[in-house]
Design a protein around this ligand. Structure first.
Ligand code: NAD
Length: 349
């Protein structure tokens, strides 16, 4: 493995921490991409990686994505992300979570964590016993907090509606076919909103139990995970893992819109151009999926109530419109337009 300065996806990250706790078996990477706008904020992913280099790549890419996401959501936060390298059985222990919490605490607030794939509210409670630099915690009495997933889902749903309006000229998802990759926290919320508006759904997940439960709840059809992206639908909504939009998968797309909550959907920057060249409307992932961090930010900073969260989430489709309009004007693809806007905001243009 190259040291990070020469590493693909290294983007002048301000700091990288490699955490080891032999007693609990914890191995984690905490990546701080930028603190230009505030503390580096972004969730922790608990995942089994085929090799350590994949984990580093994920941490580098996800933390840069958080810098862009927080900037585009108008939050006073920089971008960071942590990955915990799980074993093949993805065994997670309270000792491991506590050791991770201590590592976050040692950074003195430069990095603030919350949930991501594989981490739950219960894990955040475990981390909060070691550090105050954590959000996504349960709260009482209607205060802002808790699982960011439903807020991410709301922003993705509103973003899908904006894309449908722009590409298909329709004000509602009624009767439209939405294909969702994933049946987890984000996909589940999107599916419920879309089903309530009368959309027809197809869902795929590698976890058969999860996909069956969500399909039963929302009346969705089930597809095989490797077929989902090439389904004939009005909207493909990637809400599982990243790097799924590749030269091959883009060539096979049969939908006019790709708009979903997964982070880092484009395998390479060229894929943003490829999808654009095919005339498919793409919603830049870190813009459409900002709802969760908006809620986390409001919880952590204590700067507003749920009406402010709602207002900030409702600004997501407006921001997407600005990006698509600029893309239509300049001919540049929406992902490149969004990157340029975000880089300006974090002082890296
Ligand atoms: P989750 O763990 O609840 O769900 C992810 C689901 O994807 C799981 O059910 C998993 O089995 C499934 N999956 C994995 N590989 C798959 C494949 N090849 N095909 C189909 N399904 C597959 O996670 P989540 O919180 O719903 O997050 C989903 C995505 O959204 C991630 O990329 C995450 O980084 C991103 N995201 C989440 C939030 C949030 O608030 N939770 C916020 C922003 C972005």
């Amino acid at each position: 493995m190259n040291i990070p300065w020469g590493y693909p996806d290294f983007d002048a990250h301000e700091a990288l921490y490699f955490v080891t706790d032999e007693k609990s078996g914890l191995r984690a990477i905490i990546a701080m991409h930028s603190t230009h706008l505030g503390p580096a904020a972004g969730g922790t992913r608990f995942w089994h990686y085929a090799d350590d280099a994949d984990a580093l790549t994920d941490a580098l890419r996800l933390s840069r994505g958080m810098s862009y996401k927080n900037a585009m959501a108008g939050l006073p936060l920089g971008g960071g992300k942590a990955v915990i390298l799980a074993d093949a059985n993805r065994s997670k222990t309270p000792e491991m979570i506590a050791a991770f919490g201590r590592a976050v605490n040692d950074l003195g607030g430069k990095y603030v964590t919350a949930e991501d794939v594989g981490m739950s509210v219960a894990d955040m409670i475990g981390i909060s016993k070691q550090t105050r630099f954590v959000a996504g915690l349960p709260v009482d009495g209607g205060a802002v907090g808790g699982d960011p997933g439903p807020h991410t889902s709301l922003g993705v749903f509103l973003g899908i509606k904006a894309a449908v309006k722009r590409a298909l000229g329709k004000d509602s998802l009624q009767g439209l076919h939405i294909a969702l990759q994933g049946a987890g926290s984000v996909a589940g919320g999107v599916a419920r909103h879309a089903a309530a508006e009368g959309a027809r759904l197809t869902i795929a997940d590698v976890d058969a139990g999860r996909v069956e439960r969500l399909a039963a709840e929302t009346g969705a059809a089930i597809a095989a995970p490797d077929e989902l992206l090439s389904i004939e639908a009005d909207v493909i909504s990637p809400c599982a893992l990243g790097a799924i939009l590749t030269e091959e998968s883009i060539a096979a797309l049969k939908a006019p819109i790709v708009a979903g909550g997964a982070n880092n959907q484009l395998a390479t920057p060229q894929d943003g151009e490829r999808i654009h060249a095919r005339g498919i409307l793409y919603a830049p992932d870190y813009v459409i999926n900002g709802g969760g961090i908006i809620n986390v930010s409001t919880e952590y900073l204590g700067d507003g109530d749920y009406s402010l969260v709602r207002e900030r989430i409702e600004a997501i489709p407006v921001k997407l419109e600005t990006i698509w309009a600029e893309s239509a004007k300049s001919g540049r693809n929406p992902a490149a337009v969004a990157d340029a806007m975000a880089q300006r905001l974090i002082g890296r243009d």
